[in-house]
Design a protein around this ligand. Structure first.
Ligand SMILES: [Zn+2]
Length: 447
């Protein structure tokens, strides 16, 4: 990166609220939302009945554990309007999010919900140093996916200009970034890396010299610290990890501050919990488990103890930035992306982290899973970095040396043997939205 941005706090009255005040605010909002869900969403009345509780049993934050979880399956079953707590006439925006299974869930917003969302996104922009006068290059998809509109509303709230370019047409992305002088980049991290690569290779534009991006807000997929380094190097910006999901708000749950040591969760809007995904038990401080979120102010489609399926940890240790809101760790992996190789659980980011330890390996890789003689077999195809690839020529010994180093790094860091195949530079697919890294040919239902 060229230099760190001037990060600032959009709503210090909330983001820096003394912890005891924040806890009372959470408690007051929790009691309110529990009654609200119970009265307005029959699914919750039924769930409460099943475990023998009423809203009166929820008096303090410690009573949270009595509340039954909400799962993606609950939301799918209730599709299209079963989780709606207001009349449809109160709804201003509807999003249908379809998971990997293709069954949609509904996320609706009232006027107040859109305001909350805009404020949450404005806090995120402020963390990344965005001000009036900035031009946001919004390359998240506009449409039913909440990324595009969430980043759009946040920019308007801050008073920054927004270029609603959406994903795709990479050549035009770079051209407009240069011509308009866009300053803040918002997209998936894999697309950010590709934008840099494309500018240099295909358009002979050096992003460090010719583009004005000073910070980037990257999310919607898990990514590694090593990829952050690559993106910052190639684009010259400061990269911020963001987290969110449609079921609770869209983007806008949490973001890193300039310390880059975890993502501050907006605890006045959400109560985060970490549970053991197998038993549902609440885990202690700093332990890694599944993130569960309760929305405290959502009106149209509130959720109580929603199981996100995403793995992380949470800490309330003080942060030097002065925000009092707790921090979640970078997402280890989205539940949907988790896979097992010979019993070892991992995510594409686990592999990315291991391979990017090796000098000369690029961030362009694909994972192929097969079964050979009843055993899992993982092949990782990796492109070497361009300069290295060109300097290697036909020197097979150098290529072999690099692939052995990558295989060794995967073995030591993950504990599995992988076949590493180096492929020519620019031969693997690039992605405009969420990257798809895995091809699983083992057949469904075996694991
Ligand atoms: Zn901080």
């Amino acid at each position: 990166m060229k230099s760190p941005v001037e990060s600032w706090v959009y709503q210090p009255e909330y983001e820096k609220m003394p912890r005891n005040k924040l806890l009372s605010l959470q408690e007051e909002r929790l009691k309110k939302i529990v009654c609200y869900c119970y009265e307005n969403i029959p699914v919750y009345k039924r769930k409460f009945k099943e475990v023998g509780i009423t809203p009166d049993d929820i008096k303090t934050l410690n009573d949270m554990e009595k509340i039954p979880f909400t799962t993606k399956e609950d939301l799918r079953t209730a599709y299209p309007y079963g989780m709606l707590a207001v009349e449809i006439s109160e709804v201003l925006e509807l999003h249908a999010s379809s998971g990997t299974t293709g069954h949609p869930t509904t996320c609706a917003y009232t006027k107040n919900d859109l305001e909350t969302w805009s404020k949450a996104m404005a806090r995120i922009y402020a963390s990344a140093g965005t001000k009036k006068g900035d031009i946001v290059h919004n390359a998240y998809g506009y449409g039913l996916f909440t990324g595009g509109l969430g980043f759009h509303y946040g920019a308007l709230e801050i008073g920054a200009a927004v270029l609603p370019i959406a994903a795709g047409n990479t050549e035009r992305q770079i051209r407009l970034a240069k011509e308009y002088g866009t300053t803040i980049l918002a997209c998936t991290p894999s697309y950010a890396a590709y934008l840099g690569e494309f500018a240099k290779e295909k358009m002979t534009i050096d992003p460090l010299e010719e583009l004005k991006w000073k910070s980037g807000l990257f999310g919607a997929e898990a990514w590694s610290e090593e990829l952050r380094g690559k993106i910052e190097e190639i684009l010259g910006l400061e990269a911020f990890d963001i987290y969110g999901l449609s079921e609770v708000i869209g983007p806008g749950v949490s973001v890193e501050c300039s310390e880059h040591c975890g993502l501050h969760v907006y605890e006045d809007y959400f109560i985060p919990e970490i549970i053991n995904p197998a038993t549902g038990e609440k885990l202690g401080k700093g332990e890694t488990g599944e993130l569960v979120l309760t929305t405290l102010v959502r009106e149209a489609t509130p959720v109580l103890r929603f199981r996100t399926g995403d793995l992380t940890s949470f800490t309330r240790e003080e942060c030097t930035c002065g925000r009092t809101m707790g921090r979640m760790a970078r997402i280890l992996g989205r539940a949907d992306d988790m896979f097992k190789v010979r019993g070892v659980k991992m995510w594409p980011t686990t592999v990315e982290h291991a391979l990017l330890q090796v000098k000369g390996a690029s961030q362009n890789y694909q994972i192929l899973l097969e079964r050979q003689e009843q055993l899992d077999c993982m092949t990782v195809q990796v492109e070497p970095e361009k300069e290295l690839f060109e300097s290697m020529g036909q020197d097979l010994s150098k290529l072999r040396e690099l692939s052995l180093k990558i295989a060794e790094s995967i073995r030591t860091m993950i504990g599995v043997n992988a076949n590493v195949v180096l492929v020519p530079y620019n031969s693997l697919p690039r992605f405009e939205g969420k990257a798809r890294r895995i091809t699983d040919k083992r057949g469904l239902g075996i694991f």
